[in-house]
Write a protein that binds this ligand. Structure first.
Ligand code: CP
Ligand code: NVA
Length: 313
């Protein structure tokens, strides 16, 4: 087996904000390589004997399965730790959970509500912590998106990406992912549902190094105009179930449908992190249509997270 770079060994993945453009490209290149090895059936057991603890305080299909299968393929094993089963769910502190797990496992992946919990976990853990989604961010998803975009477009810098919909965790991590890789990004969201101004300005600062243009608008047509990549996500995220009806009344102008994508580049690709609600944020014609790459995008969660684990743990 080719030796992997030690550049990221021991690091946490809490936000793409903390990674340089070169470090992100290293993760994507490693992911492409691991994908090739897996397709050819060649051994790549970089984490032989290692264990990943996976804490879930929210539901998951892709994140759970791709991390679990990913570490098996790397020669290690995973422990699924539902918060309803471990003492964290009964009030044991995040700090104590971090200290104890650090004595047993080699890395922790956590999906939870508050970004501050992930940061606290990382602060008290002596092992790498990977953010598997918070209310604020979803860095692993955006790494898979970048891998997918590069596979289809052959490059990242200079492309135009349109994100249409709620200024949520996906929008936030996309802002960082695009800023760091030189993709020009326009986010179109209704007033009151725009991405966090603090994240937008941090992304703009990161974009100074790559020349990426970061825009936030209200008009979805303006965002999608000549876009190479069109992305959307659910209108109500996990934890926002009570707001679902109110949001459903407000977001229909932001649906990605056949009319809207007429403004995109002819060879645009459509991405969605999934799960999707056909007929809400996207029509069946688009997500199941010829420009959609959502199944490759979902598959790449496996490859890119294997790269993250193999480089960090
Ligand atoms: N995209 C994503 O993170 O999916 P899951 O919620 O199924 O993990
Ligand atoms: N924004 C969505 C993403 C799900 C993967 C949520 O947080 O529910």
């Amino acid at each position: 087996m080719v030796k992997l770079s030690n550049l990221l060994r021991g690091r946490d993945l809490l936000s793409l904000r903390h990674f340089t453009p070169d470090e992100i490209i290293l993760i994507l290149d490693t992911a492409d390589n691991l994908k090739k090895l897996q397709k050819r059936g060649e051994k790549h057991q970089y984490l032989s004997g290692k264990t990943l603890g996976m804490i879930f305080q929210k539901s998951s299909t892709r994140t759970r399965v791709s991390f679990e299968v990913g570490i098996y393929q790397l020669g290690g094993q995973a422990l699924f730790l539902s918060s309803s089963d471990i003492q964290l769910g009964r009030g044991e502190t995040v700090a104590d959970t971090a200290r104890v797990l650090s004595r047993y496992v080699d890395g922790i992946m956590i999906r939870t509500f508050a970004q501050s919990d992930v940061e606290q976990l990382a602060h008290h853990a002596g092992i790498p912590v990977i953010n598997g989604l918070t209310d604020l961010l979803h860095p692993c998803q955006i790494l898979a998106d970048l891998q997918t975009i590069r596979e289809y477009k052959g490059r990242l810098a200079g492309l135009k990406l349109a994100y249409v919909g709620d200024g949520n965790n996906i929008a936030h991590s996309l802002l960082f992912g695009c800023a760091k890789t030189g993709i020009n990004i326009t986010v179109a969201s209704p007033e009151g549902y725009r991405p966090s101004p603090e994240i937008v300005s941090a992304a703009r600062e990161a974009a100074l190094a790559t020349g990426a243009v970061i825009e936030v608008v209200t008009d979805p047509v303006e965002a999608v105009a000549k876009a190479d990549v069109v992305v959307t996500d659910v209108w109500a995220s996990m934890g926002q179930e009570a707001e679902q009806a109110q949001r459903a009344g407000l977001f229909p102008p932001y649906q990605v449908n056949e009319q809207l994508v007429k403004h995109a580049s002819d060879d645009f690709i459509f991405l969605h992190c999934l799960p999707a609600h056909r007929g809400e944020e996207v029509t069946a014609g688009i997500i199941d249509g010829p420009r959609s790459v959502v199944w490759d995008e979902a598959e790449n969660r496996l490859h890119v997270q294997k790269a993250v684990m193999a480089l960090l743990m």
